[in-house]
Ligand binder design. Structure first.
Ligand SMILES: [Zn+2]
Length: 92
């Protein structure tokens, strides 16, 4: 179990959330995205590999012409210690 902290010093907890992604003018929903949330300032974080996976899934959904897609983390993509990115940066 990853124990990471938010910039504010609070513990963050992983939650599965549906998140919107965008490619140019297309908006798609990616379901069950693993995001680490700070319960205090509500800042969201994602691991680097999950960040890339999120972008891939958004692109895939747009290519398939669907409005939503399951996140589906690839096997073996569990880490004990990884850098966390601020989630807003993953959406770009
Ligand atoms: Zn915080």
């Amino acid at each position: 179990m990853m124990k990471e902290k938010c910039l504010c010093g609070n513990q963050i907890q992983m939650q599965f959330k549906d998140e919107l992604g965008r490619v140019i003018d297309r908006l798609v929903t990616i379901k069950n995205v693993p995001i680490y949330y700070c319960t205090d300032c509500e800042e969201g974080y994602m691991t680097g590999p999950d960040c890339l996976q999120f972008a891939d899934r958004v692109r895939e959904a747009v290519e398939l012409g669907v409005e939503e897609l399951e996140f589906e983390r690839e096997k073996g993509m569990e880490f004990d210690q990884v850098a966390l990115n601020n989630f807003t940066h993953c959406k770009k």
